[in-house]
Write a protein that binds this ligand. Structure first.
Ligand SMILES: C[S@@+](CC[C@H](N)C(=O)[O-])C[C@H]1O[C@@H](n2cnc3c(N)ncnc32)[C@H](O)[C@@H]1O
Length: 281
């Protein structure tokens, strides 16, 4: 029954547990202590879909057909946090530029010299485009001599759709350093858009970072402001994936608040920056 308030009744503990387990199984996200979030997000989704019974809603979501797939993706979209902006935690970009300039990335010693970067948990794409802007600048300045590839991935289909569009509002635009605003963005009504030339240098995909498709090894992995949503078991799985996915001597960037002292197979070298130095953890 839908309440007179227009809201669905609060979920029971058992129903909250079902949603929590689903999110953990699908993305490793820990929603313990997040009953209020589950209640409000699932409640508004049920309301939007005009489904009044949680059991009906859940049955539809768990049915292995196209409609069930769609609903499961929508649940993930609703229960993930996509907050992101340009030039976030900018110290990392300065550090990355220094690594390129000082020829410290594995690509400087490789045969084809291609620099490969993975932005894991890229949300709506600002971090990924920032990386591409930096690499394009480095190429133009001649400090990056090979080509480059940038991959952005996220478990949320909605976030990846937004990332592919490359449309942002003006509050986000003004955060970019001035030369990048003119160089890589143009104005559209109500905001700005990443120029097609830069968009073409970036590939986005919907993917669980705990179970990524095979790819060539990376020089750098950015996985910032994602670990805070995972429990310690999923974090360990993520570090194993990153270790496997990086070239020896490659670098991992976490968010400023995700500082960890001891990641097996990595050496801490700067706040929230780690280098792959050891064998498999
Ligand atoms: C707060 S955003 C961080 C965006 C960007 N990295 C930044 O620092 O601005 C966290 C993103 O991680 C994604 N995410 C969470 N768990 C994931 C997983 N297992 N695989 C891929 N993406 C995941 C969420 O969908 C969300 O878009």
């Amino acid at each position: 029954m839908i309440h007179r308030s227009g809201r669905t009744p609060p979920l029971t503990e058992k129903q909250i547990g079902q949603v929590r387990q689903f999110m953990y199984d699908v993305c490793g996200i820990d929603l313990n202590d997040k009953a209020y979030l589950i209640n409000s997000k699932i409640g508004s989704l049920m309301f939007r879909l005009r489904i009044s019974s949680f059991d009906d809603f859940w049955h539809r979501a768990m049915t292995p057909d196209a409609a069930g797939d769609e609903l499961r993706y929508t649940i993930v979209d609703h229960l993930t946090t996509h907050y992101s902006y340009f030039w976030r935690e900018e110290r990392h970009f300065t550090y990355m530029k220094r690594l390129i300039r000082e020829k410290k990335l594995p690509c400087s010693a490789s045969e084809d010299g291609t620099c490969r970067v993975w932005s894991a948990g890229c949300s709506t794409g600002q971090e990924t485009y920032n990386i591409a802007m930096l690499l394009e600048d480095a190429s133009r300045e001649g400090i990056l001599t090979g080509s480059y590839e940038v991959i952005g991935s996220d478990i949320s289909r909605r976030a990846v759709r937004e990332a592919c569009k490359g449309h942002y509002d003006m509050t986000d635009y003004v955060r970019l350093p001035a030369p990048w605003r003119g160089g890589y963005m143009f104005h559209i009504p109500g905001g700005c858009e990443v120029k097609p030339k830069l968009r073409q240098t970036v590939q986005f995909r919907v993917e669980n970072l705990l179970d990524p498709a095979p790819s060539k090894p990376y020089d750098l992995i950015f996985c910032r402001n994602v670990m805070i949503y995972l429990d310690s078991i999923s974090q360990r799985r993520a570090f194993e994936v990153f270790h496997r996915s990086l070239l020896p001597g490659g670098y991992l960037f976490l968010g400023y608040t995700e500082l960890m002292w001891d990641i097996p197979g990595f050496t801490y070298i700067d706040p929230s920056v780690y280098q792959k130095t050891g064998g498999a953890p």
